[in-house]
Design a protein around this ligand. Sequence first.
Ligand SMILES: [Zn+2]
Ligand SMILES: [Zn+2]
Length: 362
Amino acid sequence: MLKSFGAPLEIDSFEVPDPEPGALLVKVVYGGICGTDVHLHAGHLPMPTPVILGHEAVGIVAALGREVSEDALGAPLSEGDRVTWASSIACGRCFYCRQERQPTLCQNRSVYGISRRSDAWPHLLGSWGDLQYLEAGSTVVRLPGDVSFEAAIALGCAGPTVVHGLLGIAKPGVGDTVVVQGSGPVGLAAAMCARLSGAGRIVMVGGPGGRLDLARELGVADAYVDIFDVTEPRARVAHVTDHMPGSRGAGLVVEATGVPSAVAEGLEMCRANGTYLVLGQYTDHGPTPLNPHLITRRQLRVLGSWALSGADVVDFVLSLPQLSERFDLARLVSPYPLEAMNEALDAVRAGRVTKAVLAPAP
Ligand SMILES: [Zn+2]
Ligand SMILES: [Zn+2]
């Protein structure tokens, strides 16, 4: 539990809540740690305290409240079922929910592991714990039988984030050339989903070397540019265009770095009439210089994408049998016992692991 920003996380215990009608209680099998958690812990994003962190997870249904009998796809739901769930609940009433139909932009969005205090009942509103309470209105979906818990948590919130931004907003076409800036979970998920949706040549620009080696072994892209080997942005742009048909830029460039200066560089990697998707800037690191002439001259589409909806989680779960057959997702996962949460957070902060997950004692 996060009590004060920057301080080590502490373990606390609560009475197990009885699920109200429409709610359920799940036994957490893995609670994932995402790059955003590092920023949340440091107090870089607005949130209350105390909070049980953890907005990505897989688990087993432990208790069902009245009126809960089906998952989000209408499949029967019982105690013992393997499930995952969406981290957020949109209000369904605000301008963005009703008029714009964009639940990720909901003005009253409630997010497990981020916006929900743990000092009020039902307390267990984050996934870094033994149990999580899922309120009425949560999107809960059973995992397909042939998908392991490890495969389902391997990309964490990056999987549905990419479903929302890449597949839902940027919409790569069959045969499109794609550049992915970043080789963390969002970059890996973007390359994998682009591949499954029929992209042509894919180039990943990332680092450090260990991360790119893993990406290469998984086969997510056709070519890789290591930013620690090729340190000049101009040289990286030249490398990317060298890897593209006709030495043009890419039809679609996906930013998945969280580093503001990557945006100026990424725009240079787009070919004329291309699309640039800013997907990784979840923390506000302030403004960055870029050349807007490129956007006009090359007639670029520049797009943003915020967060993920319950429907994106369900769509991602539906893609998991194909995704996990094509890519060895479990290789991305580094499990830590729940008690080692501070050590695991350090490993994510230092970039030593791709997807650290906390495993409570069974
Ligand atoms: Zn996240
Ligand atoms: Zn709303």
